[in-house]
Each structure stands twice: as structure tokens, then as C-alpha cells.
Design a protein around this ligand. Structure first.
Ligand code: UT7
Length: 351
């Protein structure tokens, strides 16, 4: 029995925010963002639209794409670091939105590696024989992290005004992070099937000694109260990142993980048709490509249009590659991701 992806779908919010638009709020430029990250634009959710909403759009499409109905799903795995609420998780909210049966729903907290960890869990659940059809969702609404009180409504046409110099200076303080992230969802249906295609070896890693390189200090249950005006004013409700350290880990550990799963699968790295890499930075994607000795066409990317969408990047990229006819039967694929935790790993997949 193999775990086969039988359907995929995506959920994209309507507001397209270009680099030029961000440059009206802070000292940044289209050139800086493109050169350092490859990002040209990203999407922002509508006010009140959460990761469950985007995940529901993606899920409905994925379930229909698999030729199934919501009632056919046996278990939900929802990966997000931007849930609608601290409690409950997105799983039960998605159950209601989709009209799913009384089935178990898991909420996964592995940030950029959430989808990859979800693949492992989906495979184990299917191999156990307890579940046949898994809905795996990766969805994020990062835009609420942004300092909206500093004129961000102008980006989505909800306000028309000139940004003051003081607001511009304050927005510039978080420009190293705010320009990178966008909102999106992707979902896949994974089913147990006999045959040669499906998920192969998966290797997951965690190094908690790197937890501090990408974290958020505010809205923390180690603080009393767990969130306060003081935290917001100090910018503690926005993630902090040692960009260069994450970059270095990403270009070293993701290629290692891909090699690891290829070796276990008995497939040469050069024999991979496509490697789907977490979309955090085009320079990272190119670095992984180079480290693995792959050609550019073996490593597709869509970060230009969406920025970093954390748990959503891999299902979003997978779906777009399928829609563009890049994924055909009999191919060798690898998925790889690295992010906050640090969590990273890779999965081999035969189409
Ligand atoms: O999903 C997993 C998590 N994230 C990642 O994997 C991200 C990994 N890291 C990266 O992608 C890169 O490190 C960044 C894109 C975050 C930053 O690129 P960098 O080449 O490491 O730039 P830097 O942080 O060294 O900053 C270079 C300069 C600084 O100015 P000075 O000190 O040289 O005068 C920054 O203040 O660029 C400045 N800068 C900006 N300038 C214009 C930082 N952000 C911006 C900006 N616009 N948005």
C-alpha cells in the first residue's frame, strides 16, 4: 500500500500587494526585494479572512479534484502557524466549513516544515490501516503580523492617504521581515493505493538549539499578561529572524535531507525529475539547486508571485506544477523544507 496524492487545490486571497506598493510605506525598493529574495508580489487576505477560510477554499478544490465528497475524508491534518484562534485549532473549524463527518482533526505546528511533517503523519496513518483518505492542508494568513496602524490599509484599497514620515520610519524598522511574507493555502488529498506510485522515504529533523533564530517573543504564555500594548509597541508581536543564519542552515540542510531520502529510495539525485523546495527565498532555492547539482528546470518556483507562505508553499507549488503539466506519471519528485524550530527534512514521491 502506498500513500498517493489523488487531488490538490489552492486558496488565494484577492489582494495583490506589489513591492512598489510596500515601498510607499517604508524605505525599501522593488530592486532590493527582488535581488535579495526574488519576490515580486504577495497576496493579503481580506479583513476577517483567516487561514481556515483559505484552507477551506483549497480543501474543497482538492476533494473535488480527487473525485471525492467531503463525507469521504477520514482524517484532517491542518498545518499552520497562523491559526484563526489560539484555541481551538483550525481542524474543527475546517470540519464545520466543509461539512465533514465526525472525524479526528490534527493541528500541526512545524511552521515552514508543517506540510512535510504532515506528509509523514499522513503516510503513517494510512500505513496503519486505520485511515484511508487524509486531507492535508497548509494555510497561512501572515498579514495580521504587519503593523496595520501604520497605514497598511492603503495597500488593500481600504484607506487613501499619505504615509507620514514618522509612520515610514516605524515601518522601516520591520522591513527585513514584512516584505517577505504573504497569505495563501494549499491542500492535498492522500489515499492508500496499491501500486508503485506514492510517497517513498521521508526523513524529518529537529534541532531545538536553533529555536531562537526564527521566533516570536510577544503573545507568549511565558509572559503576564500573554499579550499587552507594551509588547505591540515594542514590535514583539512580529516574528524575529536571524536571516543569515536561517539562510545558511537552509542551503546546507535541505540538500542533505534530499540526498538522504534519495539514498534510501535507491534513486540518484540526478534522476529526480523535480525538487519542490519550500519557497522562502529564491536565492535559497538556487543555492539548494546548485548544492544538489540540478538544472534550473528541475527546481520550479513561484515565490515571485506569493512570497513566503510558510506551511502553504509546498502544496501551492505542487498544485501549480500539476496544473502546468510539469508533473506527469512515472516521475521522481522530492519535497524539502526548513524553517522555525529548526525543523527540516525531505520526502521522496513517485508520481
Ligand atoms: O521560511 C523560512 C524562514 N525564512 C528564511 O528562510 C529567510 C532566510 N534569510 C533570507 O532570506 C535573507 O537573509 C533576507 C532576505 C531576510 C535578508 O537578506 P540579506 O542579504 O541577508 O540582507 P541583510 O539582512 O544582511 O540586510 C542587508 C541590508 C541591511 O542594511 P545595512 O545594514 O547593510 O545598511 C538591511 O538593513 O539591507 C537592509 N534591508 C533592507 N533594505 C531595503 C533589510 N531589509 C530591507 C528591505 N528593503 N526590505
Amino acid at each position: 500500500m502506498r500513500s498517493v496524492i489523488t487531488g490538490s487545490g489552492i486558496g488565494l486571497p484577492p489582494n495583490v500587494v506589489t513591492n512598489e506598493a510596500l515601498a510607499t510605506l517604508m524605505d525599501t525598493s522593488d530592486e532590493w526585494i527582488r535581488v535579495r529574495s526574488g519576490i515580486q508580489e504577495r497576496r493579503y487576505a481580506e479583513p476577517g479572512q483567516g487561514s481556515t477560510d483559505l484552507g477551506a477554499i483549497a480543501s474543497r478544490l482538492a476533494i473535488a479534484d480527487a473525485g471525492l465528497n467531503p463525507a469521504d475524508i477520514d482524517v484532517v491534518l491542518f498545518a499552520t502557524m497562523t491559526p484563526d484562534h489560539v484555541l481551538p485549532g483550525n481542524g474543527p473549524l475546517l470540519q464545520v466549513a466543509l461539512g465533514l463527518r465526525d472525524i479526528p482533526t490534527f493541528d500541526l505546528r512545524q511552521q515552514c516544515s508543517g506540510f512535510l511533517y504532515g506528509l509523514e503523519l499522513a503516510d503513517l496513518l494510512i500505513q496503519s490501516g486505520r485511515y484511508r483518505r487524509v486531507l492535508l492542508v497548509g494555510a497561512e494568513v501572515h498579514s495580521p503580523f504587519m503593523p496595520w496602524h501604520l497605514g497598511w490599509d492603503t495597500l488593500i484599497g481600504r484607506e487613501t492617504r499619505t504615509i507620514t514620515e514618522a509612520e515610514r520610519a516605524e515601518n522601516t524598522l520591520s522591513r527585513d521581515r514584512t516584505v517577505l511574507f504573504g497569505d495563501a493555502a494549499g491542500a492535498v488529498v492522500i489515499e492508500g493505493r496499491e501500486g508503485a506510485s506514492g510517497l517513498g522515504p521521508i526523513r524529518l529533523h529537529t534541532d531545538g538549539s536553533g529555536a531562537g533564530v526564527l521566533t516570536m517573543h510577544g503573545a507568549s504564555f511565558k509572559r503576564r499578561p500573554f499579550v499587552s500594548h507594551a509588547q505591540i509597541e515594542a514590535g514583539d508581536t512580529l516574528p524575529v529572524m536571524s536571516g543569515k543564519e536561517v539562510f545558511r542552515s537552509a542551503v546546507t540542510l535541505m540538500p542533505q535531507a534530499v540526498r538522504e531520502v534519495c539514498e534510501i529510495a535507491g534513486v540518484a539525485v540526478e534522476a529526480l525529475d523535480l525538487v519542490l523546495i519550500h519557497q522562502a527565498n529564491l536565492r535559497i532555492i538556487e543555492g539548494v539547486q546548485k548544492a544538489l547539482g540540478l538544472r534550473a528546470e528541475q527546481v520550479p518556483h513561484n515565490i515571485e508571485r506569493y512570497g513566503n507562505t510558510t506551511a502553504a508553499t509546498l502544496p501551492l507549488l505542487f498544485h501549480e506544477c500539476r496544473a502546468q503539466g510539469l508533473i506527469r506519471p512515472g516521475m521522481n519528485l522530492a519535497f524539502t523544507a526548513l524553517g522555525s524550530g529548526l525543523h527540516w527534512g525531505a520526502a521522496f514521491y513517485r508520481t
